[in-house]
Design a protein around this ligand. Sequence first.
Ligand SMILES: C[S@@+](CC[C@H](N)C(=O)[O-])C[C@H]1O[C@@H](n2cnc3c(N)ncnc32)[C@H](O)[C@@H]1O
Length: 221
Amino acid sequence: MPLSTPPPAPAGLDAAIDRRYAPLAGAAGSLSCGGALDLAALRPGEHLVDLGCGRGGDVVRAAALVGDQGLAVGVDASEAMLAVARERAAAAPRARFVRGDLASIPLPSGRADVVISNCAINHAPDKAAVYREIHRLLRPGGRCVVSDVVAETVLPEAVRSDPDAWAACYGGAIPEADYLAAIAASGLGGIEVLRRTEPYERGGVRIRSLTLLARRPQEAP
Ligand SMILES: C[S@@+](CC[C@H](N)C(=O)[O-])C[C@H]1O[C@@H](n2cnc3c(N)ncnc32)[C@H](O)[C@@H]1O
């Protein structure tokens, strides 16, 4: 499928995401698929945005790393996740949370030094639109470090049209080459795959996790 035509969202995707993540908000156990924050080389004073922040663990950790002069902002679509995140961040004055969709993020342009995301962008039907938002949020020269899931092949229609498969972090996975092309189409550059797991099976399909780095180019002087 050409990049200019992102796959349609399966009917009922928002409801399926809510069904999956509302109960997981109060549960223990990792929802991540890589170590994006650990590889982001966050420095004191930096402004970070975490897309699909879930229960806010990375935002709280980032807020401690950026210190008094920095800021860490988590974005998520799930109120249940954000409620838990806000509670966890009660003693983290430099952490903030906003509700929003990955493809239309209610934050200002050009402010972030770093955007991270961990196992969230696979849920978005239009990955290129999410990466355009990342490009918009970053200041020129800023970087993104993303852990996400990609598919070994184009997934069968039965999986691509199943909203519960998308909510479970595999139905929305696209092949690595298409994923990297979506990033490049957003205007981000210097794209580098930092880590790539071996393929594994979910719901009868083969996927793997990547952690990648990309930068918003410096603007011409
Ligand atoms: C697998 S969890 C990962 C949470 C967190 N990043 C972590 O590593 O623990 C995916 C998160 O993405 C959020 N999410 C899914 N689709 C979204 C969308 N379209 N816009 C914003 N958040 C979304 C879910 O609510 C959930 O909190």
